[in-house]
Every structure is written in C-alpha cells, then in structure tokens.
Design a protein around this ligand. Structure first.
Ligand code: SF4
Length: 362
C-alpha cells in the first residue's frame, strides 16, 4: 500500500472506529474551549477515572475563564486537592488571568497563541486547537507515541529527541483537515483501549493490517523501553503542634513542588539526627518557635514522581516563640475540625485521617 493510501486508510478507519467505540467521557460532550482546556490539563499524567469527578466539580465551581481568573488560589488548590501535580492548578489560574486580560476571556484558537500561556505545551496546544477549534494540528502524548511507534515500527525510545520529533512529524502528516480533533482523539483512544502498553489487543485493532510492528511480531517490543532510574528516598519528620486546642499549619512557598499547599511543619531528617530532633530543628527553622516533641502519631509512605518519602508525624506541644514565616508563605492556628477546609498534599491528608480517628491530645 502506498504511503498516501496508508495514511488515508488510517484516517478513515480510525475515525469510523472512534465514532462506534469512543467511551462516553464528560469532556467529550462539549466543544467548549474552556472545558476542553480544563480536561486536557487535568488528564496530564492522570487516569481518566480519577479526573472525571474533579472535572465536574471544577466546572461547576468555575464555569467560565473569568470565574477561574478571579478565584483565590487557595480555593483552586482545594478543588485540585488529591489530583496531584499542583503546578498545573497554579498555571491554570495564571493562564485564565492572561486570557481575560489579553483576549477578553476567550481562549485563543491558534497553536502559537495557546503556546504563550502558562502550563500549555505542545501537546495541550494541539489538543485544544484541534478538538475545540477544528484546526488541523497534530498531538503526541504517551498513548499516541506508543501507537505510532508500533504502526510505523520506530525503534528507539519516544523520550529521545530524534524519535520524538519523528513522531510529531508523522502525527502532522496523519492529521486530516476534516475533523482533526476527532482523529486525534481516536489515536489517543486506540492507545488507551486497544494498543495497550503491555499485551496490545491486536486481534480487535482496526488498523491491524497496516501495523508494521504487528506484521513483524514486534508489537510487544515497541516502543523501546528504557530502564527506570531508581528514585531517591527521603525521610521526613513533621510535627502536629497543639496549642490551646488548635493545631499549627503552614503554607508552602507558591512555586515548586506542592507550592501553595498547606502542611504540618517539618522537613528532611539529616544524617545522624533523631526524628524528634529533626522536628524541633525544622520547626525552629521554618517558623522560629520551640516545640516539645511527644508521641509518634503516624508513619506515612508516599511516592511522588521524582522521589519517595517516608513521613514520620509526631504530636508536639508549643513551648515558646512567636511564629513567623521564615521558610513558608503563611501559617495559621486552626481547630482540628477545620483542617478539611485547607488544601493539603496527599501524605499530609493521611496524617489528618489518623488525627480524625484518634482523640485530640490536648
Ligand atoms: S495492531 Fe496491535 S500493535 Fe498495531 S496498532 Fe493495533 S493494537 Fe497496536
């Protein structure tokens, strides 16, 4: 089959297959650019099942770009709590503010303009432009990379620059002028439902007869896997500090990992340091107060994208000093029953669950 014929076959077959087999997902019931944008940001590195309830709640609370632009970041982060990769939420709001100031609250439709917004990279720009605005723009995410590596039998890792550029170039050639968004979604859906990372379901695949990997029995070998790096492991000690029936929490600096979220004060244990000593030192360095470290409260393991952490939480009592933010953005003394009003990282949420299951210490 000639190259052009093959492209046409893939385009037509995939669009028909998608029309008959697409999952009914909330963000597929609309072409509203704002809703498409929110869903695409939420879906980055996050499973569809996890995103669905967040998407519905987010759009109910912030139905327009303008409403998101004027929201308090704390409110946005609270709605995002549990979805992870919080930089996405912060960028989303900054982008909403730019869309209001530069485009009167309407998302721009061109890939180039979309790329100027915080949090919008090559993939997201292609997704919004093609799905919401019917622009003939390609996209390559993890699913599409796997599908194209197999159909076109590309050897090498999609993480390598040369392979990645080849994938974008193939995606550009493939995306049709007619309903490009449907085609892009079909490619992603094929990767999510049929061309699975392990054990691709070639016997039900609509493009099986033009898939080079399948023809060469290499579908389980492609894309080439690179061995995963061993992630660093950190031991962190935190204090749940009580004073007059309230608990001290502090807010992380706005940028960086978990930026803008609330947490119990603490930090990494140093070599040779005991856990209680680490709590005392970290609290002093973070908030300039002295605490007495009491009984252990919980041990929580959590995996982030780039490291693993074991969090040791201790009940503490305030001893002296006036709290001030040395290494945080804000702090508050809150009633234990009000902890749920603040956005915490997942590991801290586990400590709150332990607190709820126990009697207050003081
Ligand atoms: S034939 Fe198999 S390997 Fe090829 S695209 Fe379909 S599911 Fe993937």
């Amino acid at each position: 089959m000639k190259r052009q014929e093959r492209h046409a076959f893939i385009q037509n077959t995939l669009r028909d297959w998608f029309a008959a087999n697409a999952r009914d997902l909330p963000w597929r019931r609309t072409n509203d650019p704002y809703a498409v944008w929110i869903s695409e940001i939420m879906l980055q590195q996050t499973r569809v099942e996890a995103v669905a309830p967040y998407y519905e709640r987010f759009l109910a609370r912030f139905p327009t770009v303008a409403s998101l632009a004027r929201a308090r970041l704390d409110t946005v982060l609270k709605l995002w709590e549990g979805l992870g990769y919080y930089a996405r939420a912060r960028s989303l709001q900054r982008a909403a503010q730019e869309i209001v100031s530069r485009w009167g609250g309407r998302l721009p439709s061109s890939r180039e303009e979309l790329l100027t917004l915080p949090g919008i990279g090559r993939y997201t720009a292609g997704a919004i432009a093609s799905i919401a605005f019917d622009r003939r723009e390609p996209l390559v995410d993890g699913n599409v990379a796997r599908v194209l590596c197999r159909i076109f039998r590309l050897h090498g890792s999609p993480k390598d620059t040369a392979i990645r550029e080849r994938l974008w170039s193939i995606a550009q050639e493939l995306v049709p002028a007619q309903r490009p968004g449907q085609f892009n979604q079909a490619l992603m859906e094929l990767g999510a439902e049929v061309c699975l990372p392990r054990g691709p379901r070639c016997h039900v695949c609509p493009v099986e007869r033009v898939c080079e990997a399948r023809l060469h029995h290499e579908q389980d070998l492609l894309p080439t896997r690179v061995p995963k790096k061993r992630l660093p492991h950190y031991v962190v000690a935190v204090g749940v500090i009580y004073h007059r029936g309230r608990i001290l929490i502090d807010k992380r600096q706005p940028e960086g990992l978990l930026g803008g979220l609330w947490e119990f004060p603490g930090g990494k244990k140093q070599r040779g340091e005991s856990l209680p000593a680490a709590v005392r030192r970290e609290v002093r360095e973070e908030l300039a107060i002295t605490v007495r470290v009491g009984r252990p409260l919980a041990v929580v393991d959590h995996a982030y994208s780039h490291f693993h952490v074991r969090l040791h939480a201790f009940e503490c009592t305030y001893v002296s000093g006036t709290p001030r933010c040395i290494a945080c953005a804000d702090f508050k003394w809150v009633r234990p029953g009000d902890l749920g009003r603040y956005a915490f990282p997942a590991a801290n949420k586990k400590i709150i669950a332990v607190l709820r299951s126990r009697q207050p210490a003081k």
